[in-house]
Design a protein around this ligand. Structure first.
Ligand SMILES: [Zn+2]
Length: 439
């Protein structure tokens, strides 16, 4: 990481000199170097402030005098080439590609919004220099990882993922696809928007305004001799139906749908009009995902969470799980027997994977918060023969989930607790992102 302190100094100089071009140059560079996903420039009565969203949390970077604000906004509008500087009453959008002072290529999606004071500017940053991390680094571990790898290497079926917005949907899907992106397969994608151009893929941007929809894209994809098709989102019966058809005629289909858990997804696709036997015949797996904060990997701290209000819950979630499956899961994740028993019996957990336990110095990576970066938690529902039988018998999503939980499903909650015991995520994150399900 480049020297952020040096750039902060430059940012302050740009403000003092009212040099708006330099201000944006340095601001974008700092934001990318700090790993920020969004920049907010907000006007108040006497000053404006700049905040960055880093690891999902907003923090203030700098303030500047109110009288600079008009120049900041109008300069941005002009430079973007897509906004009208004289229009201050309506929201405006722009997409800009640029390069930071540290030579990183970025895309910005910017929006101005008139507020009761003045206009606010918000920018979403897509850092194109960022490599797509492997599935393991994102947090797909243990049996979840095994199931996902086994299905993406088969030639047909649907891999359906589900998650709230802003939780690495793009990253996880690209990461999975990059595992199978080889010269001997034709991969066609329909996206909205295309955020990342990947070598070897035929990527199309859908345009609902001119009827180039996910469904019509899928239809034409089938005439393009595809092996693998990615349809960004299933929103309607037509897309779902064609996706299932494609899967049953020898294609591997990736897609996403908006629900809360893997089991809930079944209810949603039934509501979209899918027939039970079609689901059993075409689905490989359903995967749910959430994003949480990750413990620092440079330092670590040993804490006791026995008095934490969620401690008993975290233990209860393994209640119904097949003992042998649980044992295998713990081994696959590299959790030692000592780590496991210390947590279950006494509530001790070591957060962070740094080698030394330090309480007296401030860690340079996390600033003493013991947290740095983000991590995914996952739930992968494998369409085994047992599960398919239950689906053909039209069992409810709840019954299906209960069966899967008893037979080794690593739910979002179980995945989170295993990650807590391993020391890669903190206790407070678990139930702020997942629902507790008894046993
Ligand atoms: Zn640290």
């Amino acid at each position: 990481m480049a020297d952020v302190a040096h750039f902060r100094e430059q940012l302050n100089q740009a403000i003092v000199a009212a040099d708006i071009v330099k201000f944006f140059d340095v601001l974008l560079t700092i934001s990318v170097e700090m790993g920020a996903s969004d920049i907010h420039i907000e006007p108040f009565e006497h000053y404006a402030r700049v905040r960055l969203r880093v690891d999902g949390i907003l923090e203030e970077l700098v303030q500047y005098p109110r009288n600079l604000h008009d120049s900041v906004i109008s300069k941005f509008k002009i430079e973007s080439g897509q906004m009208r500087p004289d229009e201050k009453r309506l929201p405006q959008d722009a997409r800009v590609s640029t390069i930071t002072q540290t030579s990183k290529e970025i895309d910005l999606r910017a929006n101005t919004l008139p507020t009761v004071r003045w206009e606010k500017l918000c920018m979403r940053i897509v850092d194109k220099s960022k490599k797509i991390p492997p599935l393991e680094v994102l947090g797909i571990e243990g049996n979840n990882n095994k199931i996902l790898y086994s299905w993406i290497n088969l030639p047909n079926g649907i891999i359906l993922t589900t998650w709230p917005t802003g939780s690495w949907k793009t990253t996880t899907l690209y990461s999975a696809i990059s595992q199978i992106n080889t010269v001997d397969v034709n991969i066609t994608t329909f996206e909205d928007p295309v955020e990342n151009k990947m070598f070897g893929l035929n990527q199309s941007q859908v345009r609902a305004d001119i009827w180039f929809t996910f469904a019509s894209g899928l239809r034409s994809a089938l005439r393009q001799d595809p092996d693998i098709i990615l349809v960004w989102e299933i929103r309607d019966h037509e897309t779902l139906d064609m996706g299932m058809e494609a899967a049953m005629t020898g294609h591997l289909v990736f897609s996403t749908i908006h629900t809360n858990s893997a089991a809930e997804t079944l209810t949603r696709i039934i509501n979209l009009g899918a027939k039970w036997f079609m689901i059993a015949g075409s689905f490989n797996l359903i995967m749910a995902q959430r994003l949480v904060r990750r413990c620092c990997d440079l330092c670590s701290v040993k804490v006791n969470v026995k008095d934490h209000p969620h401690y008993e819950r975290t233990k209860a979630c393994f209640g119904s799980m097949d003992r042998e499956a649980l044992k295998q899961e713990i081994i696959m994740r590299g959790i030692s027997p000592a780590q496991w028993t210390e947590y279950i019996n006494e509530g001790w957990v070591t957060q962070g994977s740094g080698k030394d336990l330090h309480t007296w110095w401030v860690c340079s990576k996390c600033g003493g918060s013991w947290m740095k970066g983000r991590l995914g938690i996952y739930e992968v529902l494998d369409f085994t023969d047992d599960i398919k039988d239950l689906i053909v018998a039209e069992k409810s999503a709840m019954e299906l989930e209960r069966y899967a939980l008893a037979h080794g499903l690593v739910s979002l909650e179980r995945d989170a607790v295993l990650k807590l015991i391993k020391g890669v995520m903190p206790m407070d994150e678990i139930y702020s992102t997942v629902k507790h399900k008894s046993g």
